[in-house]
Design a protein. Sequence first.
Length: 164
Amino acid sequence: MKKIFGSILVMSVVLATSIMFLSGCSKEDSDSPTKAKEMTNPLVGSWRLAELKTESWLAYYDGREGKHGFESKKYGKSGGTWEYVYTFKSDGSYVNDYVDDDRVRTLSGSYSYTSGKLTISGETYDVEISDGKMEWSNEAERKEIGGMIQATYIKMEYATWYKL
């Protein structure tokens, strides 16, 4: 009886050890650098534009203000396709699909994202991401000099995106 009990105990220990060893060698371990990169970059994935607000004005150097404008546009689906989508990849590249004249057009390039700052196409945006929603904002300023008129063109942009 002791021999049978001892054999069962030894087989149980060998079986338990085998199960622990095999479960520790899963395929996910080989993907962990990519998964870790995606975890540290919440931007990775596809995002659809929901709303874009733009405010711009021209400020003349003599203190006058002119050409002030505010525009707000909501984006949705056009012909069953989202009108404006960015897909950010973990390797620092992006694809931008957008609807123009009822055709889907695609742009691609590279981006960088660090500490809530997204730089894409030469512009840097302040980015906040929470619960599948991304808000970004950008303020651009450009000096305008034309003949005797000197002014500064200021553009502020706010966008709301949702993760697909």
